[in-house]
Design a protein around this ligand. Structure first.
Ligand SMILES: Nc1ncnc2c1ncn2[C@@H]1O[C@H](COP(=O)(O)OP(=O)(O)O)[C@@H](O)[C@H]1O
Ligand SMILES: [Mg+2]
Length: 253
């Protein structure tokens, strides 16, 4: 079996006395689309923050392509090919759409190109940013301040920022939160398109999106994964029905 893209072992996180992540083991394969679902406060965003080193775990390990990430800084992890979006909107509203993407590219490249001459570097960044704008369908909006885009466009821009560095593992935290049905469909299609061939790990509350997009699903409840499997396996799991899914599916109707 090939090395998983991401492997979590015995991962735990406490804030003070409260144990929020209570021992998570999970392997996510290369090019897998993996959804993490669970009720509010289950620890989904905390888990993302542990994987990307925003938080240090209380115990356990995180491996990216077999390499231990514990002790690395978030930017170092990003440069190893893992990139994430945040649950809250995370763009520079006064900068143009183009500059937001260009800035993300520049940041993700760090000092890698420090020996290049500045002209080449600048051209390279411009072309890279233009390619991303095409992918997220924002070419025509490139010179507008990002803050003037519609909500769905801002989320698309964030997805562009997340993929800008060429990461092969993409983590999205509730990318369709607060969207209408048509916006959700639009963003879901966009996510499918821009993460083609990459590993995708996504926190998502919309069950339509989850069941349409995920190869496998993990259900997180009170800091523990109570089930992991293919959508139909998870849907039929009585534990999941009891703890979460029954209520969530009913809420859809
Ligand atoms: N920095 C923090 N300090 C203390 N408690 C936190 C912190 N971050 C998250 N929590 C707590 O961890 C729990 C899980 O939160 P979160 O991971 O945001 O859940 P989810 O994303 O599944 O809704 C919540 O009870 C939240 O209050
Ligand atoms: Mg969250």
């Amino acid at each position: 079996m090939s090395t998983p893209a991401l492997e979590l072992s015995g991962l735990k996180k406490s804030f003070g006395k409260a144990e929020i992540i209570r021992g998570i083991d999970l392997s996510i394969g290369k090019s897998e689309r993996h959804a993490i679902i669970g009720p509010n406060g289950a620890g989904k965003s905390t888990l993302f923050n542990l994987i990307t080193a925003r938080f240090q775990p209380t115990a356990g390990t995180v491996k990216l392509h077999g390499e231990d990430l514990i002790g690395l800084e978030p930017f170092q992890i990003n440069r190893k090919g893992l990139s994430r979006s945040f649950q809250i909107t995370n763009i520079f509203p006064k900068m143009t759409v183009f500059e937001n993407v260009r800035c993300a590219l520049l940041w993700s490249q760090g000092y890698k190109y420090s020996f290049w001459n500045l002209v080449n570097r600048s051209r390279d960044l411009t072309e890279g940013a233009e390619a991303i704008l095409e992918q997220i369908n924002l070419t025509e909006r490139r010179n507008l301040p990002a803050g003037t885009l519609s909500y769905a466009e801002q989320r698309a821009l964030e997805i562009g920022i997340t993929i800008a560095g060429g990461a092969d593992v993409i983590m999205l935290d509730e990318p369709t939160a607060g969207m209408s049905h048509s916006e959700t469909d639009y963003i879901t299609d966009l996510i499918m398109k821009v993460t083609e061939g990459k590993t995708l790990i996504m926190v998502e509350h919309d069950m339509g999106v989850v069941f349409g997009l995920a190869d496998r699903i993990s259900v997180l409840v009170y800091g523990e994964i109570i089930a992991t499997g293919k959508p139909e396996e998870v849907r039929g799991d009585p534990k999941v029905q009891e703890a979460y899914l029954g209520a969530a599916l009913e809420a859809e109707h």
